[in-house]
Design a protein around this ligand. Sequence first.
Ligand code: IVH
Length: 675
Amino acid sequence: MDKESAKNKIEQLSKLIEEHNYNYYVLDQPTISDFEFDKLLEQLILLEKEYPEFLSPLSPSQRVGGQITKVFQSVKHQYPMLSLSNSYNDEDLIDFDRKVREGLGMNEADLFNEGIEYVCELKFDGLSIGLTYENGELKKAVTRGDGVQGDDVTTNAKTIGSIPLKLKGNFPANFEIRGEIFMPRKVFDEINKEREELGEAPLANPRNAASGTMKMQDSKVVAERNLDCILYFLLGEKLPYKSHYQSLEEVKKWGFKVDKNYKLCYNINDVFNFINYWDKERYNLPFDIDGIVIKVNSYKQQQQLGYTAKSPRWAIAYKFKAEQVSTVLDSISYQVGRTGAITPVANLKPVQLAGTVVKRASLHNADIIEKLDVRIGDTVFVEKGGEIIPKIIGVDLNNRKPESKTIEYIKTCPECNAPLIRKEGEALHYCLNENNCPPQVKGKIEHFVGRKAMNIDSLGAETIDQFYKAGLIKNIADLYELKKEQLLPLERMAEKSAQNIIDGINESKKVPFERVLFAIGIRHVGETTAKKIARKVKDIDLLIKNNKEELIQIDEVGETIAESILAFFNDEQNKNLINKLKQAGLQFKVSEEQLSAASNKLEGKTIVVSGVFNNHSRDQIKELIEMHGGKNSSSISKKTSFVLAGENMGPEKHKKAESLGVKIITEEDFEKMIN
Ligand code: IVH
């Protein structure tokens, strides 16, 4: 193929693919199979590889992702990104309508009369996004941020099929359009199912999932997450449209996805009807909404009404109440967490609630059960807010069976039968059999291999469970005795993954003392405390000899932590473990290198680290600060000695530092300071 025809072919293919994207993502009416579509895309990608000079940043091939955003640049919004004031009931809305009428100089007595047109829309529950187009091409996608400045997430936004990269029809040369990026419920459920299978914590709700996804550095992962985008607000200079409704009709023609459920209402009664309809119907939508947005339709009237500092006077959000249902409490089960904490869970007669079937609800702790006085067989009220796990909020006493008995909280651990303990002033019961209770043992090992501990990333929760069940590991020291030959017979264990696991375990022997001290899992000894202890005491043998008074001398160590450390080293099983780990070659002393690198050059200095750095990760920078006697802090105050700023330092932090006269230094300044 000659260059000219390659160029033409790339253009032609790009156009065709984008048309199919539009049919699929915007219209929801694909006209070819996924297979045929993939073939077209493959062809395009091949051609672009061969003729990279014709690869446009707006090519549909860019939608599959692959580009990494190291740092999300902060961008000032051309028009501030305001939010809406909220309303929760009819009175609030009548009040809004009255204020609108007043603001437009209409007679207040005209209430319920026609004269003002409102557009009612669904309130999509995602993250707001502003898309800027120039001459029909997507230039920028920016998140709300603080309303004045947001993050440039263009690379990630391009992976969203319903966001047009190039427009069609008769669009203005320059404009911004705002809308909501969200995760359809089906996608959300699939991701969580997968996470559950991998033993990972589920994502809390589709909104968090969407905003978390848009902040990911790898656009390929974003592309896989199948986000969607609905637009609802057009902004620009001297646009020729007279009303919001007209704008919505127009922007659809340019290729944007506008939700089809918006409606023109001629008085506040129509608005109530719209709200009541969607309050019930919302569960049949493929995405979450958390309310309705009501907007004055006419742009002239919008202009007359104007804005307060925070929100437009011409629009309001109506928030739905959390839905409640009643169902029967069948039984209560008790889960044992990694720390031995017991959580009671209600098993319910399955019931439809907020679009899903609910079978379980959290009961939190013994006090809550007592306060609710729930009993087996009771009819209970269940509510679901924005989160996945619903809660029991009350009991229908009219429906109580006379023979029902108050619940007696369990006294022994359901996993290992050890007696449960509840300490004075604490809400939760605990199983203290930490070295033999299965979920606790596995939890300890998971903590031990974690990123901030021994960082053995070839070992996940599922593998640990597998090894535990196979009897290969009963504690953290057993990891260092594992042989590849023992792993190979296990299900789904290939030569390569077995080798990776053994290598990862061996590599962890180099992890410095402070992280080993964190990894062994002394209750209350977190990452920071472990560092403080390691830096002060420097050797585990000395630490074991410390008495309570000596321990309390260490920064960050108080009564509770001191007692916990003493109890840990008093335990024969723990002593044994430490000895075995020592023999395996783990670091139980601060290394010579660490000793010689440390100084007190930053003693007495409180430092705030902000932004991204060239030569170090943020964690490394923070570590260096501590190694040289300084203190890390997250917020700027008069006490801050200086702010260590990398690229992309937050604008709010910058302002605050300047207004308090706190010095801002660079990574290079910092390096000079400590060397
Ligand atoms: S209009 C000037 N319309 O709700 C305000 N917002 O606090 C323009 N939202 O930030 C916003 N659905 O992220 C508008 N149909 C809709 C919406 C909507 C969801 C979000 C948006 C906004 C927040 C309100």
